[in-house]
Design a protein around this ligand. Structure first.
Ligand code: APR
Length: 312
């Protein structure tokens, strides 16, 4: 008998529910939406499940406030926490979100000890480390989401600027999320053609800056919420890589154990993602300026990690 994959999404807020929507539409597996707010995950999941006949998707979407209902998940996605408010840096979120993330990780792993954990809650590099430390899982089974979002934003901006298909634009970013991301512009290609030969440097820089500020641009527009469609799509792309054992090469916060000369922290690097989680971290040669920016970004993650309370 074929068993459908089980995806638990912790946090039925904007991003969690949107991720469930993308996953259901892609028929990735049965989705359990979990939240502490009674009625929220149940209501959203019922609404979504009722749409599956139109979508032609044979998946069950259920909502719960009970950890038992999440037991035996193949993947646990953590979106629980507080979104970034206007004027708030990702760093400001650390204090608020670390308690929530440690608590949900502890409870989720107790009933899904074999799951791959995917972390979205910001500051993501630090929160992924909190999940690793709290669950005691092998590093391969705890991965963050950041680079796929930064990359899809950059790809959209490049495709818009050149008026070409988004499908032809490939890009890679390293380092921390948003402000401290390190875009590898020289590796960005449009249908195999280097971006640098299609756009003047000042245009490329403008698109890079827009990507760097992508999260803040949306917070500025929405005022009381942060982005959720593209973050949800990014999570869905990573979920597909895991649940279909695709072995996608994607940028994502992964735990470094000597790669790039760094050890004991999460930061955005190219990884190969499949059913077992992070199959491997891919090391690529960096230009001196890229390397310097990458190390600066990693240093910021380390600084934020040092602010974590010891007990979590
Ligand atoms: N357990 C489960 N769910 C929780 C918990 C908890 N301990 N604490 C909070 N939540 C839930 C909230 O009830 C809410 O439904 O997390 C959800 C968060 O949803 P939103 O507030 O809509 O936030 P969202 O825009 O989805 O962003 C989620 O992603 O961008 C990052 O860091 C940002 O923390 C934010 C996260």
């Amino acid at each position: 008998m074929v068993r459908r994959s089980k995806i638990t999404i912790v946090g039925a807020g904007m991003t969690g529910a949107t991720t469930a929507h993308w996953c259901a539409a892609a028929e990735l597996g049965d989705v359990v939406l979990f939240d502490v707010v009674e009625g929220l995950p149940q209501g959203k999941s019922l609404d979504l499940w009722e749409a599956t006949p139109i979508a032609g998707a044979d998946v069950r979407i259920t909502g719960t406030c009970d950890w038992e209902a999440t037991a035996g998940s193949d993947v646990v996605v953590i979106t629980a926490g507080s979104p970034r408010k206007p004027g708030m840096s990702r760093r400001d979120l650390l204090a608020v979100n670390h308690r929530v993330v440690a608590d949900v990780a502890r409870r989720a792993v107790a009933v899904s000890p074999d799951a791959v954990f995917m972390v979205l809650t910001n500051p993501v590099d630090v929160m992924a480390y909190v999940v690793l430390r709290t669950t005691g899982l092998p590093p391969a089974r705890v991965v963050g989401q950041a680079g796929v979002l930064d990359t899809t934003r950059f790809r959209a901006f490049v495709a818009g600027e050149l008026n070409v298909s988004v499908q032809d634009v490939h890009a890679l970013v390293l380092g921390g999320h948003g402000d401290s991301m390190v875009p590898l512009v020289r590796l960005c290609q449009v249908g195999g053609v280097p971006l640098t030969s299609l756009l003047p440097p000042e245009s490329v820089e403008r698109l890079v800056e827009r990507t760097r500020n992508g999260g803040a641009e949306i917070v500025g527009l929405l005022k009381t919420a942060s982005a959720f469609y593209a973050p949800g799509a990014a999570l869905c792309e990573m979920l597909r890589a895991i649940l279909r054992d695709q072995g996608r090469l994607l940028p994502a916060p992964a735990y470094l154990q000597g790669e790039y000369g760094l050890r004991g922290l999460y930061t955005g690097v190219p990884i190969i993602l499949g059913a077992a989680g992070v199959r491997r971290v891919v090391e690529i040669p960096l230009e001196p300026d890229e390397r310097a920016a990458f190390l600066r970004s990693a240093a910021e993650v380390r600084q934020a990690m040092a602010e974590l309370p010891q007990e979590s």
